[in-house]
Design a protein around this ligand. Structure first.
Ligand SMILES: [Zn+2]
Length: 445
């Protein structure tokens, strides 16, 4: 059953105009220019319009990033039962859960998308549901028509349903499917490879979530999105297949940049002989990796989900129109690399107060158990951390850090701070436990 309501007049024309603004600014001049020119910068506000459309077709029954395969297909099944779709089972997981591919469009260019190969990476799976809804309901929309006529879109949401059931990265045998592209020991990996061999897609979308602790370059912001046109060989050279992927990645970067300035990174392009993205490129499918990281105040990745809709739909439209060929490769090449060497939170400049001891100058490094939702803070390091980096920093200069609960303990020998313990800390004005409270980190137990 489709529980979503949509007013009849919310469907076609205005949405089509906004979409055209956002996604197809240069589509009319086509892909046949003799001298490729850099794509024009998107019009100010156009991405916001696209985001509004991502909101309009949001599948309301999906509200959190953790859901079971059964729940997902119960919601998505009716969306892809509409005219124009075909759904087929392409295999079964180790524990017998169906793996399904959804096909839409009658065009000559085949595009294969797969998400949640890692079971705890669900952002693009949510976005694919929204895209199915758009394709099924926005009949008459010009972008939808371009995609239908120009492309054959084949999407495999949730390639790893066993992993998704437990919200864990690996499959039921604890094998990382994205390290199984060479051996093909897993039924999930084999299903994807067989589908690729049957379709010979021109383009591939490898859709993942990355560690929320990742920053855009060492001193940059938390990475919301990381892009990669994977290498197909150790020397990381560019052939025609990878060059097309680079241009597509550049087009995605250009589309997203105004929405999340400074929050787009480039993923490490070291060749991995066991990974699917790299091998897809080697097998002749121009493949891009889209990694969703995290955004502040987006604990369920719902804003990232909308940005995924924008990224994927704009990329599909760029393929359908040929517009991607005129993207400026520098928009991809100049992205800073992901930086993963930092912490979630640094508390700098304070003095640590343990009972019965003199305060000691100490920075604190803290990681969250859930770096997306900022729950479960753990103390990772203490001392002079002037050179460390983190997603967030608290300046505690002149203030006093009072450990609370199990973070500090006393025995017959003295008082001790316990590294790796839950970080419950009160930042106070003075060394006295009763001085004014400035801020609290973690929950008091
Ligand atoms: Zn992944």
């Amino acid at each position: 059953m489709n529980r979503l309501s949509l007013s009849p007049r919310s469907l076609p024309s205005s949405a089509a105009v906004l979409f055209s603004l956002a996604f197809a600014l240069s589509a009319c001049s086509g892909a046949h220019q003799a001298t490729p020119a850099p794509a024009p910068a998107p019009a100010p506000g156009a991405q916001s319009a696209a985001l509004r459309i991502a909101e309009r077709y949001r599948v309301a029954a999906i509200t959190t990033r953790r859901f079971t395969p059964e729940a997902y297909w119960r919601i998505v099944g009716p969306l892809v039962a509409k005219p124009g779709f075909r759904t087929e089972e392409i295999g079964r997981s180790l524990n017998g859960r169906p793996i399904r591919a959804v096909t839409f469009g009658e065009g000559k260019t085949t595009v294969l998308l797969w998400s949640q190969m890692h079971g705890d990476e669900a952002t693009a799976t949510m976005a694919l549901a929204d895209i199915f809804r758009f394709l099924g309901e926005a009949t008459g929309d010009s972008v939808r028509e371009r995609l239908r006529r120009g492309l054959r879109i084949v999407a495999v949401p949730m390639l790893n349903p066993d992993g998704a059931e437990h919200f864990q990265r690996r499959n039921a045998a604890a094998i990382d499917i994205n390290r199984d592209a060479r051996r093909l020991a897993t039924p999930e990996g084999r299903a994807l490879k067989a589908l690729r061999d049957r379709l010979s897609p021109a383009f591939g979308f490898n859709l993942h979530d990355q560690n929320a602790r990742t920053r855009v370059g060492r001193d940059g912001k938390q990475a919301a999105i990381a892009l990669l046109a994977p290498a197909f060989s150790e020397d990381r050279s560019y052939n025609a297949v990878r060059t097309r992927a680079r241009l597509l990645a550049a087009a995605v970067a250009q589309t997203l940049a105004p929405e999340i300035p400074g929050r787009i990174a480039k993923y490490d392009d070291t060749f991995n002989v066991r990974a699917f993205g790299d091998n897809m490129q080697r097998w002749g499918t121009s493949t891009i990796l889209i990694e969703s990281g995290a955004l502040p105040d987006d604990p369920q990745k719902q804003r990232l989900r909308a940005l995924n809709v924008v990224a994927i739909l704009s990329a599909l439209d760029a393929i359908a129109t040929g517009r991607y060929e005129r993207a400026d490769p520098a928009a991809y090449d100049t992205l800073p690399f992901n930086a993963t060497d930092g912490y979630d939170l640094l508390v700098r400049g304070g003095r640590l107060v343990l009972p019965h001891q003199a305060p000691v100058a100490a920075d604190l490094a803290i990681d969250y158990e859930d770096a997306v939702a900022h729950t479960g803070p753990i103390v990772r390091d203490v001392g002079d951390l002037s050179d460390a980096v983190a997603v967030d920093t608290i300046d505690a200069t002149g203030l006093f850090l009072h450990p609370v609960g199990v973070l500090a303990y006393s025995d017959g020998e003295g008082t001790w701070l316990r590294l790796g313990a839950p970080a419950t800390i009160e930042i106070r004005r003075g060394a006295d436990r009763t001085s004014a409270l400035v801020r609290r980190i973690g929950h008091v137990r």
